[in-house]
Design a protein around this ligand. Sequence first.
Ligand code: ATP
Length: 310
Amino acid sequence: MADPPAAVEVDELVVRYGELTAVDHLSFRADAGQVTALLGPNGAGKTSTIETAEGYRRPAAGRVRVLGLDPVADHAEVVRSLGIMLQRGGVYPGIRPLEAIELFAAYYDEPLDPRALLERVGLGDRQSTTWRRLSGGEQQRLSLALALVGRPRVVVLDEPTAGLDVTGRQLVHRIVGELRDDGVAVLLATHDLADAEALADHVVIIDHGVAVADGPLDRILSGEGDEIRFTSTPGLDVDALGGHLGAPVEEVRPGTYLARRAPDPAAVAALTAWLAERGAALGELRAGRQRLEDVFVRLTAEPTAGEDRR
Ligand SMILES: Nc1ncnc2c1ncn2[C@@H]1O[C@H](COP(=O)(O)OP(=O)(O)OP(=O)(O)O)[C@@H](O)[C@H]1O
């Protein structure tokens, strides 16, 4: 059976600025009821891709479809189905949160209730403060509310937790979870890899305009699978430990170790017994599943001269 149409489909997309190719034959899809994280170092091409999906930029080649529509040719229709959380403003500085939400709500046939939405983003007690006097985190919350008011089927969040306190961050996490449960496609561009690891179902990592990883989060984190990563006292005898485990062990950073063997319970037991015999500490222990940050760094690190990308 054919796959259902993607909420966002990026197909061999090329975006150029003069001589510079910012996005270079990029393909990926974001589906309904899923959070798709778009990750990449500064200048990787994330914003260029998102702006093309929003219809603000024309592809030099390839194409983008949002709910099967062309974001440039069908702009008005795409904008009605798309909720975009802008990083900065986009509203008149003298406007108050409730007014802003009511103003945006007027564009839609069946908007969410503005007062309830204001409460949902934790701004119930900021109704009469003007935008310019809201704190940075409060402005972020209002931007999120404005993205949601039209009940969008696709939501684009650009750094939604940047500058938010712990409560604000938890609130964004909860709302993203609710959107996913409601069948909304969420496209999340972020540099916060802990956020991406906590929220994403699907991950696309871009580097120099090219996808260097694209797949379900679980598959990306399981990677080659055959490794145990742990932290302990720096300077452990890795050769002796390797002999004990029957696999090479490397101290990848002072106090962070990688044992290249299948992370079965026997191997973990052998490792912890070896550490206990020497009175060595055990900090973080990751068996099989890598951290998204480690995968990201490995895939996007610039190779130094004479070194291959691993
Ligand atoms: N309007 C523009 N004119 C010229 N070059 C641009 C323009 N916009 C982006 N670029 C360049 O295109 C490349 C990709 O930029 P883009 O903003 O898409 O990356 P990004 O992944 O969103 O980066 P960041 O994480 O820093 O926001 C960069 O080299 C950037 O300098």
